[in-house]
Design a protein around this ligand. Sequence first.
Ligand SMILES: [Fe+2]
Ligand SMILES: [Fe+2]
Length: 527
Amino acid sequence: MPIDFGTDADLIGVGPGIEYDSFVAVGLAGLISTVDGETATVLSPVNVTLRAVTRRESRLLAVGDQGSILVSDDAGQSWSARVSGTSSSLIAIVHAQLAGVDFVVAVGVEAIVVSADAGETWTQVTAPAQGWGTLRGVFATNERVYAVGDAGVGWSSATPAGLWNIEALGTTANLLGGGAHYADTGSGPSESEALLIAAADNSVIVRDSSGWSTRALELEGDVIGFSGGYLLTSTGAVYDLDGTGIASRLPSDFTIEVEAIHADSGGVLAVGKAGKAERIYFQPCVGGRPLIDEGQACVASLVERADWIASVEGDESARVVADPAQAERWASAALDEHASVGSFALHSLELVSLGAPAELIAEVQAAMADEVRHAALGFGLAQRRGGGARGPGRLAISPRMLARCGDAQAIALALLEQGCVNETLAACQVRFAALTCEDPEAGRVLEILAVDEQRHAALAWKTLRWLIDHHPQLREPLRRRLLRIAATQPVGPDAEQTLQTLRELIIPLARQLLGPNEPEPTAKRAV
Ligand SMILES: [Fe+2]
Ligand SMILES: [Fe+2]
């Protein structure tokens, strides 16, 4: 799906914007373009090439040639320069929280510069005797920052303004960037997770418990970019890397001349030559209504406790059968159900803020109670499959999650994605799982979930209808969002089934609700 950054200049770097689903791209001649919804803002506050952009809370930071550092505190509407202390080219930038301390680190040609005050003031880190090398990528875990670059050079530090250690990566390839491969727990990547570094010779350097090792990849084209576990190649192909460095190709390629990608939970965005940009959306299916903060699904962590354990009442089949894989699967599913409790609680506030009728609020509250039961049934099954007595820890509720209250459009768009689309997909998947499950007790639980999730999906559609009836102006933004949904590429083991449900059920349902000028019911990318 094309995105218009409002420029014909070459775009070199891209990162997240401030609003949900907004982006910032940078490029030649100091170009900075921000896309927020349908509006593109194009500025050139400096006349040197800018190469990378990142965000730290409500501030955007861009870096580039001649040591340029620019910051914006108004979502990209205006930018001002900061003194980096170097005249070297800066190529990559990252925001890092190391042991609770906040840093921004930029790297480039023989330079590492660090800010401990959100990018206001910068210190150049003294280079070692052999120099830093040309650094092209920087990434962080919760404990360390890593800088990688040409000829296999790698550095890491727990105190980026101070001591950096050399990393023996065992490669001489040019390294482009990296990151941790982690299960999304909402807590950020940690050192115990696998680290991945993308190399320009089509290899990936993986660090697991036994250290760094190199894995050669068979790819179409040459690797030119890396973001969030996705590799971009020169031909526009995108590969999803797993924690062991195995690459699987996404079903369709970018059609533009690509330069860089940015990945988030919704998909990947590529930018390139002549101001072109393109987005591939994913449709992950989580088992119910997700709780989203800054585009990421939030779940609590798993803790030892026995007060979230339940079984289906009167179920003769409820007994202990050790099955560690199933225990983990059910514990993880139960955490998703628990997050849905929070999601429905927020949704009830959103509906109250719009003056929704009593019937809808009562049904949302009932759905919230269903999710409490789903979570407890899941934790119960996990325990009876040998997983121990565990339940949810604290769920991090951010004030940002309340931001939609009173905003009918934001509420409707989130409802379309998280309720109408995701819960309908979840209901179909759970129904299928219930029909094919061979564990009698799990089958009974899935049967309950299937009935409830179908009701939740229906409630989402009913709520959307109420919103449209009271705010007819929502049809247009909802139609536009539906176009994006129709262009998504389902990922994961159920991709085929997800695609079918999207095409045959969800898009036609939304078409009925939104009226004419709807998108074609196809999951092909609209180019
Ligand atoms: Fe649900
Ligand atoms: Fe549920």
